[in-house]
Every structure is written in structure tokens, then in C-alpha cells.
Design a protein around this ligand. Structure first.
Ligand code: UN1
Length: 505
């Protein structure tokens, strides 16, 4: 079996074939239904996990809150030291963890490892932040007064993550939540429980080694019931949700309804614009990674290709050649660039999307076949910019191509979808670049030039506008969302001058 074949890797993280406990709140437990982790290569069960239920969640939320009371009092650089130790553990487990991601999610091994690397990177970022998380002093209009801005933890950050980045998204959220002094409650995708157990075990050990309550980073695997309860629970002061726009809209409203703070990372419908003056070779290589990487299952995957009409034929010819060389297969096999789709259901999405393309008058230029099991052939279509099918996000490796005549038209096409996550333009012209990143340019949260739409670094704020939800995670000043901002006005004058010069009695 697949478990036996990779027994050493699983045993390293204490994962057995059955009876794994899917809840951690300082202790390993689980009283919910048994869930199966399935290998997308052949849909064989890898291992079984006893997931959590709403009761488990209830207890865990209390445990996190208790642990956070200790954690919040640690000087921030001391928190940084703990994050540094977490980083070390991940470095030591980089490859085996990446392998568990590949086995359970289905992405190729280099991308599985890359995802752990993202977690390592954000821990380094958070370590730096632990020495730089400064507030500010603001000039007061009153004599003998000082105004300060302080940043304190909010309490508990609930993280609901998706199957496609089962580790990195937790990494971004937990590293920043921890350095800012919060506790974390993680509800991973029900289809990737093993890697969340593996990661939690490593974090548990690090916290214990530092004599800290390990419930600080708790885990409750489970389904919709657990997710909905977490969203509705006022003990989750921040709720960071990654998933579909449909579910995200509900989650956002529930969290808003209790005046919690939500960070939403929802669907994308990312485009690349290819200008006539670009380096075509570079563009073709970038497009291949952007559209085929992770079998089209990144929220940042390029789904629409907007090409200047004069170079369309040349570029498509190159892409067809490049697509022809993509090896589809077992994600652990060397040389394979495109693994299986995560679930069998995604194969239907692939087929239905292509059916719609044809019904709406589009054509398939390359691919278009399901290859059995969860495997599909990465596909290029020719569409018209007004077709309905290209307005939806299909989480599969289909790239819709279309032409444009002017830059304004290309930008309008880029912006003419509900989603607003990532975008990129290929050009060598500075005027084009600055228009693209300016007020009349891309309306996305991520606005690239001469690189793919996917594969963002952790240093910037990650997230998007419109139906993507508006949240920003990872670098830049995203950490502020995990904090309670205090505006403090301190009077040391001995008198009581009121603001705005008001005279009161
Ligand atoms: C996601 O697909 O949910 O920019 C996250 C990227 C990765 C993160 C993707 N760093 O493609």
C-alpha cells in the first residue's frame, strides 16, 4: 500500500495507518467521524483520521485562550526565539513534509517542498518582525500631551485553510498570529488531515521544548460543521479563511455579524497580458508555470491569456509545443510537471468547463482530454473576451486565450471579472508598466510585470480585491490585522485642555 511504501516518512510524524487522532488542544484526541486521506494518484486510502466535532472545537478554543494568556506576556523578541526554533524544525523536516504534501494533495514534490519553504520564509519574516513591530508617536495638539499607537494581540486567530496549499497558508497565518501574540486554532481542509497532523506535531514539540503550553497552536480537523462553528464563535477574534468565493461570502457575513475580524482569501480569475514588445521566450516559459503548475490548482493560477493580435499565432504555436512536452503523472516521479487533480470531482469540472467553451463558440487548441483517474491533459482554448465561461474560476489546468488590439482594451479585459487576485503583464515598455500599476491599471491585489501570476514571495502582502475578498496575508504590514490597535493619549501637563479648544464649564 501507499502507506507501507512511505512508512518511514509517515512514522517520522507519528502517523499510523488508522486511528490517527485529528484533534490537538494540548492533547491528541478526536470524537468526530473517521475521515480518510486519499492519494490523488490512484484514489487509494493512505490513512484514516478520527476527526473533531463541535465539542472538540469548543474545548480547544478554551485551551487556546488559556495558553494565549501566557504567550501574550512574553516580550516580542522572546516570541521570535520560539519562531526561530519552529523554523529550525521545519528545515530539518523540509523534504519529508514536502513529500507528505505531495502524497496527500497531489502536487509535484518540488512544489510540495516549495510550500514548506514558504512556511520557513514567513517564520524568518516573523522573527525579523519581532524586533521591528513598532508602534508610533503622534503629535498632539494639546500641550503636555502625547499620543501613542500600540499594537496588541487580539486573542485567538482561527485559520480555515484549503486543500491546495495545505501548509503554506497555515504557515503565513500562524507565524504572523504568533509573533503578534495570538494563539491559533487551525481547521484544515478535510482532505488533507495528515499534513496538518504532521505540522502540528512539530510545532507541539517546539512549544513543549520551550516550556510553553502546546495548546497555543491547536488543531481541529473536520468538515463544514466544525468550520461553520468556528466562523460563528466569538472566541475566534480573527477568522482567516481561504476557499471559494461562495463559502467565503457566507463566512465573511457570519464573522461580521458578530463583529469579528475576517481575512478572506477567495477565488481568483487571473490573467496575463502579453504585449507585442515583450520577450516572447520569457513570456512562454512563465505562462507554462502559471497555467500548468500545481495542475492549475493555485488560487493564483493563470486562467486567462490576453495576447496582442500581432503575436497571438506565434505565441500559441510556442505554447502548444511547450504543452506537448509537459509530463503528466505521479507527482513523486522526477520530470513530471503536472500531477493529478486533487479529487475525482475536479475532473468533472474540467469536462464541464470545456463543454461550455464549445457551447459558447470557443475552440480547444490543445489537450481537452481526461486521462483516467484524476489525471487530465493541461488545456489551451481559444475564446472570445465576452464569453461567460471565462468569468468563472475553474480550479483545473485550462488556459483560455484571446486577443486584443490596444493596452486599454487588454486592461479592461483583465478587470472585467468579479475576482481580483493576481495579474501580470509582459512588456519591455516603462510607460506600459507604470500605466499597468497605476490607477487606470490592473484592479487586482497582485500586479506583476514579466513574471507569472503565481509563485508570490512572502515579503509582500498576499491577497486580492473584489470577489477575492479583500484580505491581505503574509508580509508587508499584514501583521496589523492580527492586532488590536490602541490609540493612547497621555496627559502629563497637570491641566486639562480639551481637544478642538472646547471650553467645558
Ligand atoms: C493559494 O493558492 O492559495 O503565490 C496560495 C502563490 C503561492 C501561494 C498560493 N505563493 O502561488
Amino acid at each position: 500500500t501507499i502507506y507501507d511504501k512511505h512508512k518511514d516518512t509517515f512514522e517520522r510524524f507519528g502517523i499510523t495507518k488508522s486511528g490517527n487522532k485529528g484533534v490537538f488542544d494540548g492533547e491528541w484526541k478526536g470524537s468526530g467521524p473517521v475521515i480518510k486521506s486519499i492519494n490523488p494518484v490512484n484514489n487509494e486510502v493512505i490513512a484514516e483520521v478520527i476527526s473533531g466535532n463541535v465539542n472538540d472545537l469548543n474545548t480547544a478554543l478554551d485551551k487556546v485562550a488559556e495558553a494565549q494568556k501566557l504567550w501574550r506576556d512574553l516580550p516580542v523578541p522572546k516570541r521570535g526565539e520560539v519562531l526561530l526554533a519552529m523554523r529550525q524544525t521545519l528545515v530539518e523536516n523540509l523534504e519529508p513534509l514536502g513529500k507528505v504534501v505531495a502524497l496527500e494533495m497531489g502536487k509535484i514534490l518540488p512544489e510540495g517542498i516549495g510550500e514548506i519553504q514558504e512556511y520557513i520564509d514567513i517564520l524568518e519574516y516573523a522573527l525579523g518582525l519581532s524586533r521591528m513591530m513598532k508602534g508610533s508617536m503622534i503629535p498632539s495638539e494639546r500641550p503636555g500631551h502625547v499620543m501613542l499607537e500600540t499594537w496588541n494581540p487580539l486573542g485567538t486567530v482561527g485559520v480555515i485553510s484549503a486543500f491546495n496549499f495545505p501548509v503554506a497558508v497555515y504557515g503565513w497565518n500562524s507565524a504572523i498570529a504568533l509573533v503578534t501574540g495570538n494563539g491559533v486554532l487551525w481547521k484544515p481542509s478535510p482532505t488533507t488531515p495528515l499534513v496538518s497532523i504532521a505540522v502540528t506535531r512539530l510545532i507541539e514539540k517546539t512549544l513543549r521544548d520551550h516550556n510553553l503550553p502546546s495548546a497555543l497552536c491547536s488543531l481541529v480537523t473536520g468538515g463544514t460543521e466544525v468550520g461553520s462553528s468556528l466562523a460563528a464563535d466569538p472566541r475566534a477574534h480573527v477568522l482567516s479563511f481561504t476557499g471559494s468565493t461562495k463559502v467565503g461570502r457566507e463566512v465573511g457575513q457570519v464573522v461580521q455579524g458578530r463583529f469579528g475580524k475576517s481575512i478572506l482569501e477567495l477565488g481568483g480569475n487571473n490573467a496575463i497580458i502579453v504585449m507585442e514588445d515583450c520577450d516572447l521566450d520569457l513570456a512562454a516559459r512563465a505562462i507554462l508555470f502559471a497555467a500548468v503548475g500545481t495542475a492549475g490548482q493555485r488560487c493564483t493560477t493563470t486562467r486567462r491569456l490576453i495576447v496582442h493580435e500581432n503575436i497571438y499565432d506565434t505565441l500559441i504555436e510556442r505554447l502548444i509545443k511547450a504543452y506537448g512536452q509537459v509530463k503528466v503523472g505521479d507527482p513523486l516521479e522526477e520530470g513530471v510537471l503536472c500531477g493529478p487533480l486533487h479529487t475525482k470531482a475536479a475532473v468533472s469540472v474540467y469536462e464541464e468547463t470545456l463543454k461550455k467553451v464549445q457551447e459558447q463558440g470557443g475552440k480547444i487548441l490543445f489537450g481537452g482530454e481526461a486521462l483516467g483517474g484524476n489525471f487530465v491533459k493541461p488545456t489551451l482554448t481559444r475564446v472570445d473576451k465576452n464569453m461567460e465561461v471565462i468569468k468563472e474560476e475553474a480550479f483545473v489546468p485550462i488556459l483560455h486565450t484571446m486577443t486584443f488590439k490596444t493596452l486599454d482594451e487588454a486592461i479592461a479585459i483583465n478587470n472585467n471579472v468579479a475576482q481580483g487576485l493576481s495579474s501580470s503583464i509582459f512588456t519591455q515598455n516603462p510607460e506600459t508598466i507604470f500605466k499597468w500599476i497605476g490607477p487606470a491599471g490592473s484592479d487586482c491585489g497582485i500586479i506583476n510585470v514579466n513574471i507569472p501570476t503565481n509563485g508570490a514571495e512572502i515579503g509582500g502582502a498576499f491577497g486580492g480585491e473584489k470577489a477575492t475578498g479583500g484580505g491581505r496575508e503574509s508580509g508587508s504590514d499584514s501583521w496589523k490585522q492580527y492586532c488590536r490597535r490602541g490609540t493612547c493619549t497621555i496627559n502629563y501637563s497637570g491641566a486639562l485642555p480639551l481637544a478642538q479648544g472646547i471650553n467645558f464649564g
